[in-house]
Design a protein. Structure first.
Length: 415
């Protein structure tokens, strides 16, 4: 494949050039190594600022890349606008956009290889570990992130160490062990210090946060940009996107994806983004409300364990500055949205229903929000990931017609 100096037509060639500070966009760093502890020159004792990956956008043939039949499938299709994809993929990306009702779509990320959006992130972070020559990766997670990291490490022939919480769901534990990960359930407060020691002492590559406010991995959110690319290819720029939010990496990635489409001249508008957090924590909502770059909170009890976060990061603030809004949702609203999705044939994790719950929380006020165009709700993962799955099996029924009829009548099925 030939690539000239003006435009990039090779679908497997990254145009990534370096890393840029979000705390001060005038500060640039080389592409390697990934700054997994954020920008070293803008961080303070209270706030760590992430970096993002920059690209030689002027070398991209955007019309060719975004043509309907261009390139390969999944993340590989978008290689010019991603960090180098050195780790082999698992067919991540290319998830369906399902019309729930006229003008309301669900982007079903449970169709990814490990049944969550995290596969997009971990293809990029594991590629960084390969580039660094690391013997393995280390992650702090009790759910989607850990399962995805373990799968991509296995695919790349790397070891994976997962620091999980003490309440690791049995199904997720089995998921992690199936990939050969070393699973270490520890008290919540011990996960981050132990993760740092594994990174510092054993040379494993961190794919989880290492800082006092969330910065995460420099390359990870780049994978989430592809969600925006795929939505754009199917329906153009929607009026709004509602996203489940924990640390805000998906939110930032989707925002950046649409911002790149605008920068490349493929559109002149942005969707309004709604961050949808559990009210049991909601650090991003607090940061926005108080005008902070990031905020710490004390989480309360919630079934939405995948999006409960004690701290936010600056990425979410950046994403919401472009006309976005922070929403908070209680478990009842999440359960209602989860049930609505199930009635439509989509089994989602409670946390994954936050996008639809956010839309429904606006009720009749949705029109007053000034949303122009269709709405997309991101559903991040499968209902398999919820705690307690399988704990209440359906009671057996006697193999007799009267008993069968009674159960059918109780369910409202009558001849």
């Amino acid at each position: 494949m030939a690539t000239d100096t003006a435009t990039n037509t090779a679908t497997d060639t990254s145009l990534a050039t370096g890393q840029r500070s979000l705390g001060d966009p005038g500060l640039d760093y080389p592409l390697q190594p990934p700054l997994t502890a954020g920008c070293p020159r803008t961080g303070t004792a209270d706030v760590a600022y992430p970096v993002e990956v920059d690209y030689a956008y002027e070398k991209l043939d955007a019309a060719a890349l975004f043509a309907p039949s261009a390139g390969r499938a999944g993340l590989d299709r978008w290689a010019p606008l991603l960090p180098p994809l050195l780790a082999p993929g698992l067919g991540e990306g290319g998830t369906p956009l399902i019309e729930l009702e006229p003008g309301v779509y669900v982007k079903d990320e449970s169709r990814n290889p490990t049944w969550s959006h995290k596969d997009r992130l971990n293809r990029c972070t594991t590629s960084a570990a390969v580039a660094a020559g690391a013997p393995g990766i280390a992650v702090a997670s009790s759910g989607n992130h850990g399962a995805s990291a373990a799968a991509y490490a296995a695919r790349a022939g790397l070891r994976c160490v997962v620091f999980a919480g003490p309440d690791l769901p049995p199904a997720v534990d089995a998921f992690l062990n199936a990939y050969g990960a070393v699973v270490l359930p520890v008290p919540w407060e011990a996960r981050w210090p132990l993760l740092r020691q594994v990174v510092d002492r054993l040379g494993l590559h961190p794919v989880s946060n290492l800082t006092n406010t969330h910065t995460g991995h420099a390359y990870g959110p780049e994978g989430y940009k592809t969600v925006a690319y795929e939505i754009f290819q199917e329906i153009g720029v929607p009026g709004a996107v509602f996203l489940p939010v924990g640390y805000g990496e998906l939110l930032f990635g989707v925002w950046k994806g649409f911002a790149e489409l605008r920068r490349l001249g493929l559109t002149d508008r942005m969707p309004r983004l709604y961050s949808c957090e559990t009210a049991a924590a909601a650090p991003l909502a607090r940061a926005v409300r108080e005008g902070l770059p990031a905020a710490h909170v004390t989480p309360g009890p919630t079934g939405a364990y995948a999006i409960v976060a004690p701290v936010s990061g600056y990425r979410g603030v950046v994403a919401l500055r472009d006309g976005g809004r922070a929403l908070t949702l209680d478990d009842g609203q999440l359960a209602d949205a989860q049930a609505e999705l199930a009635r439509a044939g989509l089994w989602t994790e409670l946390s994954a229903a936050a996008g639809l719950a956010g839309l429904r929380s606006l009720g009749g006020a949705a029109e007053a929000e000034g949303i122009d165009g269709p709405v997309v709700c991101i559903s991040t993962s499968s209902g398999f990931k919820d705690r307690g799955v399988g704990a209440h099996p359906t009671a057996p029924v006697a193999p007799e017609w009267e008993e069968v009829r009674r159960r059918l009548h109780a369910a409202g099925i009558r001849g």
